[in-house]
Write a protein that binds this ligand. Structure first.
Ligand SMILES: Cc1ncc(COP(=O)(O)O)c(C=O)c1O
Length: 389
């Protein structure tokens, strides 16, 4: 047989998906595995959002929708961008996509030429670098030192830029570190992007999940940034809608035009009734979002307090998103090995820090969008295992 795609062969499968899969397999054997590897709210989609989709299906809304998004959803997104992010966009700048992953992928497809470099701030979400490679770009990792609380510094950005740099990817609140970019960091990134004429791909999917008064600001709202920023956002995390596959990108018209062409020739559209549900989510009451965030606050505080009592494991500060990014301070083991021990000895499925780039080595990511009872068991198991690591 002739060789298959070398490009796809060169890309690893998503480690979080693989770890979740392994956890599910052990659970299927009857073992009490706690799945902390995924990135998914444990709540069900709020009832009024579900109902909007049921009604749409019952009314026969089961045909191809407009490829870039139903007008009512595009309007709802424009209103949301203005209301919450101080970003002015018209519907032509938007593409509604089946999931945030596709919004990221089609943005990269629409902006990159072969060999273009994309700066990724490590530790970064597992899919960024593979997506850049699948779009014939070159990921350039900018390691943010843990000792500096994973802060972005202008000097570090300058060290990694070249003539070939086209785009910089940012994610705030961050998966996996839980950092929320400060105004100073955003100023530095904005000035850097303008100085080197770069696009900024701003992944804002965790924007509502914030703690201790942390505030989210979209870099697109800053002077001179709307024309070079592509915002990625969606419904998976804020509204517990991971299975509905619904997100969007908001881009300068030139980029949106190509992303729209790309969409028509690939996935066509997101699901019709998911879009109706999305409009209900954005236009409806937001109490459901606040309730979910309150429940994350409780779980985050529980974990931070509990880990304080276990020597050998230390959490990074968690300002947003629902991940605990923990350092194993007394262990020489690599993060992959630590995750394996946690799975084998503690039946805890986690994601090793190395999956988020070299800068994540020594860390393990735990999702705390997990039932409180399971988090209590997690802490008990960690207290037993960590001293021997
Ligand atoms: C940082 C980040 N961006 C984007 C996504 C994509 O989410 P989805 O494709 O479910 O909308 C995720 C999901 O885990 C994520 O963590």
């Amino acid at each position: 047989m002739k060789p298959l795609s070398r490009l796809v062969e060169s890309v690893p499968g998503s480690p979080t998906t693989l770890m979740m899969q392994k956890g599910r397999e052990l659970a299927a054997q009857g073992l009490d595995v706690i799945n902390l590897a995924g990135g998914e709210p444990d709540s069900d989609t709020p009832k009024h959002i579900q109902q909007a989709a049921f009604d749409a299906i019952a009314a026969g809304d089961t045909h191809y929708p407009p490829s870039f998004g139903k007008p009512e959803l595009l309007d709802a997104i424009c209103a949301k961008l203005e209301r919450e992010n101080n970003v002015q966009a018209v519907p032509d700048q938007l593409v509604v996509t089946p999931g945030g992953k596709w919004a990221l992928f089609s943005t990269l497809a629409s902006t990159l030429n072969e060999g273009d470099e994309v700066m990724i701030l490590d530790p970064a979400w597992v899919s960024y670098a593979p997506m850049v490679r699948l779009n014939r770009g070159v990921p350039v990792h900018v390691p943010l030192p843990a000792a500096d609380s994973f802060r972005v510094r202008a000097a570090q950005l300058e060290e990694h830029v070249s003539e070939k740099t086209k785009l910089i990817m940012i994610c705030s609140p961050s998966n996996p570190t839980g950092r929320v970019l400060t105004q100073e960091e955003l100023d530095d990134i904005a000035a850097f992007a303008q100085r080197h004429d770069l696009y900024v791909l701003s992944d804002e999917i965790y924007e509502h999940i914030l703690f201790d008064g942390a505030r989210h600001r979209s870099i697109a709202s800053m002077p001179g940034m709307a024309e070079r920023t592509i915002i990625i956002n969606g419904f998976s995390k804020s509204y517990a809608m991971t299975g509905w596959r619904l997100a969007w990108l908001a881009a300068p018209l030139t980029v949106a035009k190509l992303a729209r062409t790309y969409q028509t020739q690939t996935v066509t559209s997101a699901a019709s009734f998911s879009m109706v549900a999305g409009a209900a989510a954005l236009n409806g009451p937001q109490d459901c979002v606040h309730e979910m965030v309150d429940s994350y606050v409780q779980r985050r505080n529980f974990l931070l307090d509990a880990l304080d009592e276990i020597p050998g494991i230390r959490s990074s500060p968690i300002e947003g998103a629902f991940y605990l990014f923990a350092k194993f301070t007394q262990s020489d083991k690599k993060s992959l090995e630590i995750s394996q021990v946690l799975l084998e000895e503690g039946l805890l499925a986690t994601t090793p820090g190395i999956a988020f780039g070299e800068a994540g080595e020594g860390y393990v990511r735990f999702s705390f969008a997990t039932a409180m009872g399971d988090l209590e068991k997690t802490v008990e198991r960690l207290a037993r295992i960590v001293p021997g690591l």
